[in-house]
Design a protein around this ligand. Sequence first.
Ligand code: ZN
Length: 485
Amino acid sequence: MSTILQLAPQNVWKHFYSLTQIPRPSGHMEKITEFLVNFGKGLGLESFVDEVGNVIIRKPATPGMENRKGVILQAHMDMVPQKNNDTVHDFTKDPIETYIDGDWVKAKGTTLGADDGLGVAAIMAVLEAKDLKHGPLEALITKDEETGMYGAFGLKPGTLQGEILLNLDSEDEGELYIGCAGGIDITATLEYKEEAPAADLVARKIVLKGLRGGHSGLEINQGRGNANKLLARVVHDLLVEFDCRLSGFEGGNMRNAIPREAHAVLVFNPEDIDGLEEYIKEYEAQINEEYTPIEEGITLTLENADLPAAIVPEEIQDNMISVLMACQNGVMRMIPTVPDTVETSSNLAIVTIGGGKADIRILARSSCDTMKDFLADSLTACFSMAGMKVELSGGYSGWQPNVDSPILHAMKSSYQQQFGVEPAVKVIHAGLECGIIGANCPGLDMISFGPTLRSPHSPDERAYIPSVTKFYDFLVATLEQTPGK
Ligand SMILES: [Zn+2]
């Protein structure tokens, strides 16, 4: 017997326990799919797997609640398989071993799968319950959220009948999410013919390190330094101050991160190199001063380098540094209707110049699809001016917040009634399944909420026990107070 079976609310924890016994790492959905469909059928409910692999279970309204709007309860069935180096665990076969540590439920050396197992467990508890009041319900349990939201993307319009969607995949009890960002990948490239540098030149590598970086959505509002932007500025100034030329530039390595490191190789006339060391030192001090206290310990250093075989032609070099200087980066706009919340941003994520090719990669995000298009067009305009070829790909919809949403109003007052405080209403500047599902099923009134989890996607993942009772009670009250048709 696992001790989590004794936790309240027992009906939620017992289903969560069952889920820990079924292997369900993203990409291995067979067992969990079968389990969920059998669970629904066992309750005598209409249960099926849609074309892409999502599980859908329908539960009719309870007597007297037939006129309420249909509610879709949504969670994802997969979990992130992460373990500590010294833990022996096969996520495709072994159960997750849970334990209680004070107010928290944790797993032994692995991810817990409370993201989103607690959401699924709460849905199972509602489907099984005989003592609740609710309108028509549909459970939508999506597959492979963690690796690309494949279930949400593949959901066919018309599969669902409900008008309200409650996504149970948020990680802070007491917060209601009413919007999320969509995204689009922007890739600008240019091929050029390299030039050979004169044999008497000397090369130096300029290395920028020590920035905090971070998630390009969730942390874009922190004002952190972007290594590519900062290094482009340094190179721009070096081109002005010293008689030098660019050979190569490399910074960042992840599309969805704020770049932390970048370096460039430049060639100089030996007689012009005087004072370069001093100049870089002063520049380093200046950057650190500008970014205190957001960043600390940024390093800008000069390294000796072998004379490269090729340099960038002067016109291309000037154009590339100009576009890096000019292109939009960071927060472009805040949401007009929601205080202190980023709407639209970009991250100048990856830059490589060298070997006859320049390549710039950016992830643009916005909760407003038309602002996302505007940002993508602005970046395209900027890079096109330098003769670059620009490709837009991998676009997905955001979820634009509706502060007048009927279910939001109902849930705010219900939360206030139950717990005596207002829930926080937020928009997340990252992708959620709601954005994708909302695009596939236009007109859904959506809210995302959940129990409090910490460090999801890591072996430190833990669920805050007291928040699970509040989360479930709030879910039950929300179903009871669903607006009528
Ligand atoms: Zn999740």
